[in-house]
Ligand binder design. Structure first.
Ligand SMILES: Cc1cc2nc3c(=O)[nH]c(=O)nc-3n(C[C@H](O)[C@H](O)[C@H](O)COP(=O)(O)O)c2cc1C
Length: 364
């Protein structure tokens, strides 16, 4: 049993995984960092219900993150995490904040780097990057990270090309640290499947976006609930990287629009985001140059990448469905309710137990 965390009576030992031990939580269920979505209310509700809630800081200023950390701590005494961007202009200050506030886990909106991982670990923060291929898992394990989220193709937001059903067995064979399966999970059967593939739990984005504590406007949640399994698309048109979103007329237009015609809108939005996140013009240009070099993007794509968070904000914060981008996992096609976070986690654990009983020991 994890120190200080009572294990509910009757929970099969197999559901108390190394991830529960590592994070100090009751259940092997992680609510992932989602820009504009995973705020204090959602993260605190998840941690309070026995999972690991993660605050998304990539779209926050340092001050907003400090406020959100304080708010989570005011709402729950349970461990929680912060998702951070390694190229955030205030990344050094953010690391210091996480350490000073005793934040349990750091996850990463983009690949971290060895010195960022080392700094967090030295300060006692558990590090957990997201990877989409076995060789990436091996690479970050070599840096000493404590766990990985392995996200399959069906997952929401930026996503790789390997489906969860193949990624999980491959990654759990490649590394010996705890692996959290992500991409397509929403229920207790999926949790048992992830464990069968060798994972130590599941990490879910879309399922948590569609809960009562998520602050996404109701009309936007309704759009997700109405989407079918076939209504999502993986596109590079938003920021140059493959990103899974709900197919809308805006996405169709962006996919058909290349080169300079996209530039003025993207530039205006990038400058607006700069004001919102307190990024200096110098930091913005530096970030753009680094992206251009490391990801081989054109200037137009760099601008679209800077613009992307604003498109997501338009939908997920302002409720402007037609002007915004709706990142999602394919699993949105299977989700048709808006439970509270506690109801969701309780139902998942109950279903996982039932599933294990159904599979049961073989008859002799
Ligand atoms: C609306 C939305 C925003 C996201 N923003 C981030 C982010 O800021 N940082 C990050 O690491 N991952 C982000 N992701 C990816 C999720 O954290 C998670 O890995 C993914 O949703 C898992 O797949 P699922 O949606 O099938 O559960 C986002 C996903 C969604 C749906």
């Amino acid at each position: 049993m994890t120190a200080g965390v009572p294990e509910p009576a009757g929970t099969p030992a197999v559901l108390h995984t190394p991830a529960c031990e590592l994070f100090g939580v009751r259940y092997p269920i992680v609510q992932t960092g989602m820009g504009w979505v995973a705020g204090a209310r959602l993260a605190a509700a998840t941690s309070e219900a026995g999972g690991l809630g993660i605050l998304a800081s990539a779209t926050m200023t340092y001050e907003q993150l400090a406020g959100a950390v304080a708010e989570v701590k005011g709402r729950t005494a349970a461990p929680f995490g912060v998702n951070l961007r390694s190229n955030h202009p205030d990344v050094g200050q953010i690391v210091d904040l996480l350490i000073a506030e005793g934040v349990k886990v750091a996850s990463f909106a983009q690949a971290p780097n060895p010195s960022l991982v080392a700094g967090l670990r030295e300060g006692g923060v558990v590090t957990m990057p997201t990877i989409a291929a076995p060789r990436h898992a091996e690479k970050v394990a070599g840096w000493g990270v404590d766990a990985v989220i392995a996200q399959g193709h069906e997952g929401g937001g930026h996503t790789g090309s390997i489906p969860t059903s193949l990624l999980l067995p491959a990654v759990t064979r490649a590394v010996s640290i705890p692996v959290l399966g992500a991409g397509g999970f929403h229920d207790g059967r999926g949790l048992v499947a992830a464990l069968a593939w060798g994972a130590a739990g599941v990490a879910m984005g879309t399922r948590f976006l569609l809960t009562r504590e998520s602050t996404v406007p109701d009309e936007v949640k309704a759009r997700y609930l109405a989407a079918a399994l076939t209504d999502t698309v993986v596109t590079r048109a938003i920021d140059g990287q493959p990103q899974r979103v709900i197919r809308t007329s805006l996405v169709d237009r962006l996919e058909g629009r290349h080169g300079p015609s996209a530039t003025p809108v993207a530039l205006a939005s990038a400058l607006r985001l700069r004001r919102l996140t307190g990024t200096s013009l110098r930091a913005l240009v530096r970030e753009g140059l680094a992206m251009k070099r490391s990801e081989g993007l054109t200037w137009s794509q760099v601008l679209m990448a800077a613009n992307a968070p604003m498109l997501t904000r338009a939908a997920l914060v302002e409720g402007r469905l037609e002007a915004g981008v709706l990142p999602t996992g394919q699993v949105t096609g299977l989700v048709d309710d808006l439970p509270s976070v506690a109801e969701l986690i309780d139902a998942m654990m109950k279903e996982a137990v039932e599933c294990l009983e159904r599979l049961g020991p073989p008859r002799r």
